[in-house]
Design a protein around this ligand. Structure first.
Ligand code: N01
Length: 848
C-alpha cells in the first residue's frame, strides 16, 4: 500500500488539534476527519446552559505554546463552554491547523491491509495511511436513550450533549430534566432561573461540591510565574495539576483537624484537591464515609426541606466513585418554590408520553424535556468505527469482554493504531489536557523513532498488553473508584461489560511507565520494517502499584544499606523508619509485660480485640533477621491481625544476634510458647486455642517451635502462620532474581544470616531440613519479589508433601516487607485478610 498521508486522525477536539501541530512539526503529513461541523470536540457539542470545565482553566489548556499569555486570558477560574471553544478556535487559527481538518465528516471504517490503514468516511473519502490515531475523546458518544416513549413527546426535547447552537429560552415553560450527573447539576440552576416550573427526575443523587467560580486568583497567576516549572510539575503530579500526593491517612489526624481539612477543600472547590485531602480517601471505606458524611451534612444545611435534603444526599456508593461534580447553587435550587425533585428510586420512571413524563403513580406535563443522561464513555467512540486489524480481527470483537490495551494507547492485533487517552490510561481520572498532550507527544515521538530506525509498523505484544491490563486492574482494585455503578465501569450502558477502564495510579506513575517502556527500547512492542524487526518483550510494571510507590519513595530518600552500618545504627535506623509509618488501627487494649525467656526476662506486647473475651491466642514472632526489632516493632501488623482475627496477639521478644547468636532466638521462642500456653487464661485467652505466627526471621522461629512442640509433647498448637519465612540456608534462584531493589536485599539477608550463624543443616536453623510430618496446619505466604520467595515456596511444598494441611499464598507483585505495611500498601489487605481467615480457622477448633 502506498499511503497518501502518514496519519489519519479521527476527531478535532483538544487531541486532534494538538496532533496536527505536533505531527507537522515532525514532518509528517496528517489528515483529520471531524464529525462536527466545526472543531472543538466535547466543547463543540456540549453547549447546554452552565457547561463549564471542572479543572481550573489555567490547567486545562495547551502547554506547548510558551507564548500564549500574549494573546489569551481566561476570564474565570472555570471557563464556560463558549470561552473554551473560542480558545480552541484561537489555537487552531494561530497555528493554522484547519487546513488539514475536514469537518462534517464521520469516519465509519478503518481496515488494516498491506501494511497500512484504509480509512473510509460517510462522505465517501477513502484514504490510505500508515498510522491511524483515534482522538475521539472519552465522552463523545451519547448514551442511547433508554426511556420508553421518548420519541413520542410533542414538546421540545434537548440533549445536553447535543445542544442546539442557538440559545434555548425556557422562560414561562414547564421543564422536566432527567439526569443528575455533572451535566444535569450544571444546567439545572440555570434552567430553573428561567423556567416557570422545573421538575428534576433523579435516579441516583450525586456528590457535588461548590465550584466557587470567579476571576482567576492572584495565587494561581503567581503560581504560573515560572510556567515551564509549573507545567512540568503538572506532568509529575498524580492528577495533572501541580500538587503533591498527601501521605496522611484520614484517621491519623484529630477529628477537629479532619473537619477543618474537609471545610478547606469545600471552600477551595477543586476536584483533585478534594480527592487528595487524605491519602486513603479513595481506598479506606471508613475514610471515604467520613468525607461523604461531611458532604451530606452540607446538603442538609443548604436544603430547607429536610425530606428533599435526604433525597438529594447520595448514599450507597463511595464519594468519588461516580465522578465528583462541581456546582454553582445546585442544592439551593431545590429551595425555590417552582422547582420540584422527583425521586425515581421510590417513584420509578414509566416513560415519556406525548405530553410529559409518566412515573409510577403520577403523570407530569411539560413543554420542554432536557435529557442529561450521559455517554457511552471511554470506549464508545472507538467502538463506533468499524475497525478491523491484522488477520481480519475486529476491535469490537476483541473488546467484547472489555477493552484491552497496552498503556491505554495501543492494542495488539492492530498495528499502527493509537488511541489518545484510551482505556488503561489515566484519561478521565486526570486533567485531560495534560494527559492528551503527553499521549500526543508519545505518538509523534514514536512515529519519528520508527522512521529514524527504518521501521514501518509498531504493535504491542500480547505479553506486554496482558501485563499492563493486570497492572491497570491492580491499580483500580486498591481504590474504591470501581465500586459505583458509574460510566467509569460502563454500568450506565445496558449490556456493556463491567470493567473499570481508567488507570488509577496517576499521571506521574503512568508517565514513568511510558518512560520506562521507551527507555527499554520500546519494551513490549514489536517493531517491523524492511530493515528487520525489533522486539524487547516483557511487562513494564509487575509490582503492585502501591508497593512500587513505596519503593520509589524510599529510594528517593537514598538510605544507606543497613548492612553497611554498625548493628546499633542499623537498629536505630529501623526504629526511626518505623516511627514514621502509619500506626495501624486501634485495638481494644495493648498491654506491655514481661516473661521469662530462656536466659532471662524478655518483654512482650499483647494486643486485645475490642470484643468481649476470652479470646483465642496467637503467639507472634517479629521480623528483623534475628538482629533487628522487638516485641513492638511489628505494631501495625499486630494491630491489624488482632482486629481481623479477633484473637489476642502476643508479640514475644527474643534475644538478637550478634550479641546472642543461634540458637538463642529459638530457645527464647520455645520459652515464649510455653509461657504463653501456661498463662493463656491469665492473659484473657482461651488456653486450648493457641496458634503461632511469625514474619521473616519470626516465621523461622514459628516454624521451628512447631517442630519442637510436636517432639516434646506440647504445647499443642492449632496452626502456624508463616509470613515470608526464612526456612533454609541454601541459595535459591530468588536470591538472584530479587537481589536488589525490593526492600530486603540479598546482601542484607546474607548479613543477617552471618550475624546469626548456626549449622546449615540443623532444623532449628533451617526448618526445611527437619521432619515435617505431624505438624499443625499451616498457612505459608510468599511474595513474588522477595529473596526468600523460593525457600518459602519450598517449605510450603514440603509441608504439603509431608501431609500437613497447608495453604500457600503466593502474593503477586509483593515484596518481603510490603504485605505488612498496614495503611500504606492497600494491595496487602487481601493477603492479610486471608492470613486472618486462616488463623480464625485454626483457632475455631479446640486443640485435639
Ligand atoms: O452523565 P452522567 P453527564 N432514567 O452519566 C441519569 C463529564 N462532564 O453527562 O446515575 C433515569 O454522569 C443517570 O442516573 P444514574 C464528567 O466527566 C463534565 O452528567 O444512572 N435517569 C445520571 O444521573 C461527567 O462525569 C462536565 O442512576 C437516567 C445521569 O442521567 C461526564 O461528563 C460537565 C437514565 C447521567 O449522568 C458525564 O456527565 C458535564 C434513565 N433511563 C459532563 N439514564 C464538567 O464539569 C441515565 N440517567 C467539565
Amino acid at each position: 500500500m502506498t499511503p497518501e498521508v502518514d496519519a489519519v486522525v479521527v476527531g478535532a477536539g483538544f487531541a486532534g488539534l494538538y496532533l496536527v501541530h505536533r505531527l507537522r512539526e515532525h514532518g509528517f503529513s496528517v489528515r483529520v476527519f471531524e464529525a462536527g461541523d466545526d472543531i472543538g470536540g466535547t466543547w463543540y457539542w456540549n453547549r447546554y446552559p452552565g457547561a463549564r470545565v471542572d479543572i481550573p482553566s489555567l490547567d486545562y489548556m495547551f502547554s506547548f505554546d510558551p507564548d500564549w499569555q500574549r494573546d489569551w486570558q481566561w476570564s474565570e477560574k472555570y471557563a464556560t463552554q463558549p470561552e473554551i471553544l473560542r480558545y480552541l478556535n484561537h489555537v487552531a487559527d494561530k497555528f493554522d491547523l484547519r487546513r488539514d481538518i475536514t469537518l462534517g465528516t464521520r469516519v465509519t471504517r478503518a481496515h488494516w491491509a498491506d501494511g497500512g490503514w484504509r480509512v473510509r468516511t460517510d462522505c465517501g473519502d477513502d484514504v490510505a495511511c500508515r498510522f491511524l490515531v483515534m482522538a475521539t475523546g472519552c465522552l463523545s458518544i451519547p448514551k442511547e436513550p433508554d426511556i420508553a416513549g421518548i420519541e413520542t413527546f410533542r414538546g421540545e426535547t434537548f440533549y445536553t450533549n447535543r445542544w442546539p447552537h442557538e440559545p434555548v429560552n425556557f422562560t414561562g415553560r414547564r421543564v422536566g430534566v432527567i439526569g443528575t450527573g455533572s451535566s444535569g447539576i450544571q444546567s439545572i440552576p440555570l434552567i430553573a432561573a428561567q423556567a416557570a416550573h422545573l421538575t428534576v427526575f433523579q435516579r441516583t443523587p450525586c456528590f457535588s461540591i461548590p465550584a466557587h467560580n470567579g476571576p482567576v486568583s492572584e495565587e494561581k497567576e503567581a503560581a504560573l510565574a515560572d510556567e515551564p516549572a509549573y507545567r512540568a510539575a503538572a506532568r509529575a503530579s498524580f492528577g495533572g495539576v501541580p500538587q503533591e500526593r498527601t501521605l496522611i491517612p484520614t484517621f491519623a489526624v484529630p477529628e477537629a483537624y479532619r473537619q477543618q481539612r474537609y471545610e478547606r477543600a469545600w471552600q477551595i472547590g477543586e476536584l483533585l484537591e478534594t480527592l487528595n485531602m487524605f491519602s486513603d480517601l479513595m481506598s479506606n471505606p471508613a475514610a471515604n464515609e467520613s468525607f461523604a458524611d461531611f458532604v451530606r451534612d452540607k446538603i442538609r444545611a443548604t436544603v430547607d426541606d429536610p425530606h428533599i435534603a435526604e433525597l438529594l444526599c447520595p448514599t450507597g456508593y463511595p464519594v468519588g466513585a461516580k465522578r465528583l461534580c462541581l456546582d454553582t447553587d445546585y442544592f439551593a435550587t431545590f429551595n425555590e418554590s417552582h422547582v420540584r425533585l422527583v425521586d425515581l428510586r421510590t417513584q420509578p420512571l414509566v416513560g415519556v408520553t406525548e405530553t410529559g413524563v409518566e412515573t409510577v403513580g403520577e403523570s407530569f406535563e411539560f413543554d420542554t424535556l432536557v435529557l442529561a443522561t450521559g455517554f457511552d464513555a471511554i470506549t464508545g467512540a472507538v467502538a463506533a468505527v468499524d475497525i478491523v486489524g491484522r488477520d481480519g480481527l475486529a476491535l469490537k470483537t476483541k473488546w467484547a469482554q472489555g477493552p484491552s490495551t497496552y498503556l491505554g494507547l495501543t492494542t495488539s492485533g492492530f498495528p499502527n493504531l493509537f488511541l489518545i487517552t484510551g482505556p488503561g490510561s489515566p484519561s478521565v481520572l486526570s486533567n485531560m489536557a495534560v494527559s492528551i498532550e503527553q499521549h500526543v507527544e508519545l505518538v509523534a515521538d514514536t512515529m519519528a523513532y520508527l522512521r529514524a530506525h527504518g521501521f514501518d509498523t509498531i504493535e504491542p505484544t500480547p505479553t506486554a498488553e496482558a501485563g499492563w491490563m493486570q497492572h491497570v486492574a491492580d491499580a483500580g482494585a486498591i481504590t474504591m473508584f470501581p465500586q459505583a455503578n458509574s460510566w467509569y465501569v460502563g454500568a450506565n450502558i445496558p449490556g456493556k461489560p463491567r470493567v473499570f477502564m481508567p488507570y488509577a495510579a496517576g499521571v506521574d506513575f503512568y508517565g514513568a511507565a511510558c518512560a520506562d517502556v521507551i527507555g527499554r527500547n520500546y519494551l513490549g512492542f514489536q517493531l517491523t520494517g524492511p530493515a528487520g524487526s525489533q522486539c524487547h518483550d516483557g511487562v513494564v510494571r509487575r509490582l503492585q502499584p502501591d508497593v512500587q510507590m513505596v519503593l520509589e519513595m524510599v529510594a528517593a530518600l537514598n538510605p544507606p544499606p543497613l548492612e553497611s552500618l554498625p548493628v546499633e545504627l542499623a537498629r536505630a535506623a529501623m526504629s526511626e523508619a518505623n516511627s514514621t509509618r502509619p500506626p495501624g488501627p486501634d485495638v481494644g487494649e495493648i498491654i506491655d509485660g514481661g516473661f521469662p525467656g530462656a536466659a532471662g526476662e524478655l518483654d512482650y506486647r499483647l494486643y486485645r480485640p475490642p470484643t468481649p473475651g476470652p479470646h483465642p491466642v496467637v503467639v507472634y514472632f517479629h521480623g528483623g533477621g534475628w538482629v533487628l526489632g522487638d516485641a513492638r516493632s511489628d505494631d501495625p501488623l499486630c494491630r491489624d491481625l488482632c482486629l481481623r482475627t479477633d484473637a489476642l496477639i502476643v508479640s514475644m521478644n527474643y534475644r538478637h544476634a550478634p550479641e546472642h547468636p543461634f540458637p538463642a532466638a529459638i530457645d527464647d521462642g520455645i520459652a515464649a510458647l510455653r509461657w504463653a500456653a501456661d498463662n493463656a487464661a491469665t492473659l484473657g485467652g482461651l488456653p486450648d486455642r493457641l496458634a503461632v505466627a511469625g514474619w521473616s526471621a519470626g516465621g523461622n522461629i514459628a516454624a521451628v517451635v512447631c517442630q519442637w512442640a510436636r517432639d516434646h509433647g506440647g504445647p499443642r498448637i492449632s496452626g502456624q502462620l508463616l509470613l515470608t519465612p526464612a526456612t533454609d540456608t541454601q541459595p535459591y534462584p530468588s536470591y538472584q532474581d530479587n537481589a536488589e531493589g525490593y526492600g530486603l536485599t540479598t546482601p542484607l539477608r546474607r548479613w543477617f544470616a552471618e550475624l546469626y550463624g548456626g549449622p546449615a543443616d540443623d532444623p532449628r536453623r533451617a526448618p526445611l531440613r527437619g521432619d515435617l510430618t505431624g505438624l499443625p496446619p499451616a498457612m505459608v505466604v510468599t511474595c513474588e519479589f522477595d529473596p526468600l520467595r523460593d525457600e518459602g515456596n519450598a517449605y510450603a511444598a514440603a509441608l504439603a508433601a509431608a501431609g500437613v494441611p497447608t495453604e500457600h499464598i503466593q502474593a503477586r507483585g509483593h515484596t518481603h516487607l510490603s504485605t505488612t505495611m498496614v495503611d500504606l500498601v492497600v494491595s496487602g489487605v487481601p493477603v492479610r485478610d486471608q492470613m486472618a481467615e486462616a488463623l480464625r480457622r485454626f483457632l475455631t477448633s479446640p486443640r485435639a
